[in-house]
Design a protein around this ligand. Structure first.
Ligand SMILES: Cc1cn([C@H]2C[C@H](O)[C@@H](COP(=O)(O)OP(=O)(O)O[C@H]3O[C@H](C)C(=O)[C@H](O)[C@H]3O)O2)c(=O)[nH]c1=O
Length: 181
């Protein structure tokens, strides 16, 4: 397992050690001890999620507020995404900054997104399956988010605006300045 720092504090790229043989491959998709040893963080994931999406789907930017904030370890089981994390921790040196990385089944990369971040992803291939671990349970009343094309965050999704597919909920998310001004 290789851990790479990103430009955001406490947000890491994790690349598993893929063991190939003439049958195919094997890798440990998560190993708590190795994760904690390498990141110096304690983590206790309690919920796994999975979603399937068509090319052009953009899910996010989402986060849960307060006591229900979630850290996530995200990866792709099939297809590929542009994954985006945004630091929304007001006291962080990287507050309001974002990080993007392509996750797919070629690079097998995963992104660890700590509590206090917003998360979203743009699907780059049809029938992409996205899977992630959360260290806190889903709490509908604590859900919040920021509109994907918020001008303060200025995230480059690298995709034609007219080809994006978002849920009505995501299209009605607030702007960054509505939440943090
Ligand atoms: C997140 C979640 C949702 N749901 C239910 C609520 C809806 O009936 C249905 C779809 O929910 P939603 O449209 O919020 O799903 P996504 O747009 O994929 O949301 C996720 O996408 C972004 C990128 C994330 O990082 C979050 O984990 C999460 O917000 O699943 C549950 O039952 N449990 C859950 O943990």
């Amino acid at each position: 397992m290789i851990i790479e720092q990103t430009n955001l504090e406490d947000c890491f790229i994790i690349t598993p050690n893929v063991l190939e043989d003439d049958r195919g491959y094997f890798f440990e998709s998560f190993n708590r001890k190795k994760f904690e040893d390498l990141t110096d963080m304690n983590i206790d994931f309690v919920q796994d999620n999975q979603s399937k999406s068509s090319k052009g789907v953009l899910r996010g930017l989402h986060f849960q507020k307060g006591d229900y904030a979630q850290a996530k370890l995200v990866r792709v089981l099939k297809g590929s995404v542009l994954d985006v994390a945004v630091d929304l921790r007001p006291n962080s040196k990287t507050f309001s900054k974002s990080f993007s990385v392509k996750l797919d089944t070629i690079n097998n990369k995963q992104l660890f997104i700590p509590r206090g971040f917003a998360h979203g992803f743009l699907v780059l291939e049809n029938d992409t399956i996205f899977s992630y671990k959360c260290d806190n349970y889903y709490n509908k009343l604590s859900e919040s988010g920021i509109l994907y094309n918020d001008q303060t965050l200025a995230i480059n999704w690298e995709f034609k605006e007219e080809e994006l597919i978002l849920s009505p909920k995501d299209l009605s998310l607030p702007m960054f300045n509505d939440l943090f001004s």
